[in-house]
Each structure stands twice: as C-alpha cells, then as structure tokens.
Design a protein. Structure first.
Ligand SMILES: [Zn+2]
Length: 378
C-alpha cells in the first residue's frame, strides 16, 4: 500500500487539510470554529502542514466584527504535487496532469490506430515516462495516476471491455511500481459523474450519461459514487429496451439501449439512409438543425430511445438531475429539452435533463479530482 510521503495523516490533519482545500483561503480562527477544534490544536496542525509544504499562508483577511488583528489566511499549496489522468479510448490515449487545486497543467493526446492488448501497458509506460519527466519539482511529485477505461471496472481491475480487449490487464501494479505512486483504474462514465458532481456541488444525487460508441452512466447517490457490488451499476447501455427482435449486442443480450441510442448507431443509421458515407457527428447535427428529414428522423429516434432509458433510470435512482455527455447534446441546443418533454412518468417529474458543459476533457478532470481527493484523504 502506498501512503503519502509524509506518512499517514492523522484524522484531524486530514479534516483541516480538506477544509482548507475545499473552502480556503481560511484563517486559523475560521478553521477552529468550523471544525470544532481548539485554536492551539489547529495551530499545531497548520504548522505541520506548512512544514510539509501542503498549505501556504496567503495575505491578510478581514478582521472580525469585534475588530482586532487581521488574520493570516491559509490555502492549499496547489504546487505541492500533481495528479495524472489517462483516458484510454478505442483509438487514442489522452493524458492530463493537474495541480492539486484541479487546474490543468499539461495535456497531450496520443492517437492510436488500435489499442492492442499485448502492447498497451508497455506503450503507456513509455509515453508517461517521457510526459512526466518534464514536470517541475514538487514536494509530493506525482500523487497518483488514474486510468479511465471504457468498460466495466471493479476494485481497480478491468472486468469487461466491449470495444477493446483489456480485461484483467494489471495497470495498477505494473505502473505503480514504475512510477512509485498509487495507480487507480476506473470506468469512464463514473469519472464523468464525478466531474459533473464536482462542478455542480448543489446536486447530491445525479446520473451522468455518457453517449459515444456505447451508452454508459455514472451514478452519484448521497454525494458518493455508487458502483454496485460488481461495478455494473449505471451500465444502462445494456438495459433491455426492445423485447421483440431486438438487435444483438456484444454483451450477449438483444435489444440493449446502446444498440439504438448510441452516437455511433445514430450516425451509422444516418450514413446508411442519407448516403453520406463519410458523415461525422457534426455533419449529422448540422443537417438536423437545417431540418433535413433524414437527420431529423434518426435524431428523433435516438431521443425516443434515450427518453425510455432515462425514464427507467429515474425510477431506479431518483436523481435530481441527469447530465448528458455527448457530442450531439453539445451541438444540438434543444437536445436535452426534447428528452425532458418525453418524460411523462411521475418518477421523472421535476427532474432536470442537462447537457454536461465539461466537454471531451470531462473524463480527465473527473479522474484528476478522484486522485487529488484520495491524496488529501490519505
Ligand atoms: Zn448489451
């Protein structure tokens, strides 16, 4: 097991560090008041965290209503370390480094023809080695690496990957030994949910649906990522939507949601019906906005099936909001409203359907947030 380079932090140190990270800049008096520890204990912890270079004193705050000395404010030292996020897509590896405050420091996209099981770990290890060698010195260096996988992951182990073959490859230990830091593996839709939840903190229960080649989702219940006993929670792409003569799905079933509502399926249908063999999602959306009959038909079809899926999701999880992460939902302004209009059950009353604003970097940001959170909690 890896621990932070300062050793395992005591419980009160973790609480103080997290409070400063989330709510900083804060004064020692504000910390004592909000956490409920006495000022002497807070001062001792602050001194220790400053020695470790995890927090900094920054500027002078406002004095209280009673007057008195203006307090020195404390904030997280964003330069104390870096998180590393890796998104392994079907034909690319996308890597991003973030500071401890979550801001992006460096990103690079490596296109691949295909991701191959036999060589992927070696190739990723070589690319990371070069990519990370240019990082400036930081007291904690790389605090963790998270690998996002388009497939089912349980306890950092890849269980099933429909579009590439990475099941049970050991990224965690191989890369962990090489880079001497914790390495995590997580499902990409779960990271989207983390990303949406981090950006929109007011929602305590949400589902983030990822629509690309397939359809997946991440579920946040009571502010926690919910993955289920086998990591399948939120695999809504494989909920049965069509029961008679349903299309066959790589998961082994027929009539799955992603066979009808994925971006790939929608685009393939448009290409076939319109004769535009090389059409991209952007072309489909442009044609839809220009009211081209074929484009309208295939997008309406996608909306129809997505609405059925989302209606089922609302009955299962009762979220406050459902975020849609896809190129189509970003390019068609009315997309989410059209889905919302089709939700008629009492289980979906008052539920908001929103397009995620994070775009294609959302997986990387979600990965970075999880790495940083685990570091601050260690
Ligand atoms: Zn399926």
């Amino acid at each position: 097991m890896f621990t932070s380079r300062a050793g395992i932090r005591e419980s009160n140190e973790r609480i103080v560090l997290n409070k400063i990270a989330q709510k900083g800049p804060l004064s020692r008096a504000e910390l004592a008041e909000t956490i409920g520890l006495n000022k002497a204990t807070i001062s001792d912890i602050v001194k220790k965290l400053m020695t470790q270079k995890l927090i900094n004193e920054v500027g002078i705050g406002e004095s209280t209503n009673q007057g008195g000395r203006k307090p020195i404010m404390l904030e997280l030292n964003a330069k104390a370390g870096f998180s590393v996020s890796v998104d392994i897509g079907y034909n690319y590896i996308d890597v991003m480094v973030q500071r401890l405050d979550g801001t992006a420091y460096k990103r690079e996209l490596f296109p691949f023809k295909t991701i191959k099981r036999d060589t992927i770990i070696q190739e990723l290890s070589e690319k990371l080695d070069v990519f990370l060698s240019s990082l400036p010195k930081a007291p904690f260096g790389v605090v963790g690496i998270l690998i996002a996988i388009h497939g089912i992951v349980l306890d950092n182990q890849i269980q099933f990957t429909p579009a590439y073959d990475l099941a049970f490859l050991d990224f965690k230990n191989t890369l962990g030994e090489q880079f001497a830091c914790p390495v995590y593996v997580e499902n990409e839709a779960n990271l989207l949910a983390v990303s949406d939840h981090t950006k929109e903190k007011n929602y305590t229960n949400l589902v983030s649906i990822s629509i690309h080649s397939g359809v997946g989702s991440g579920v946040i219940l009571d502010n926690q990522l919910y993955t289920g006993i086998n990591g399948y929670a939120g695999e809504i792409g494989h909920m049965t939507i069509v029961t008679e003569n349903g299309r066959s799905c790589p998961c082994g079933a027929n009539g799955c949601l992603e066979c009808y509502a994925s971006e790939k399926n929608t685009l393939d249908t448009y290409k076939e019906l319109s004769g535009h063999e090389n059409a991209l999602v952007v072309d489909l959306c442009r044609a839809f906005l220009e009211k081209d009959a074929t484009a309208v038909r295939v997008v309406q079809n996608m909306i129809h099936y997505l609405a059925i899926g989302i209606q089922n999701v609302t009955a299962l999880y009762n979220p406050e909001v459902v975020f849609i992460n896809s190129e189509i939902s970003r390019l068609i302004p009315d997309f989410t409203n059209q889905i919302e209009a089709k939700l008629t059950s009492f289980t979906s009353k008052n539920i908001k359907i929103k397009a995620s604003h994070l775009g294609e970097e959302a997986i990387l940001y979600g990965a970075g947030y999880l790495v940083i959170k685990r570091f601050l909690d260690s």
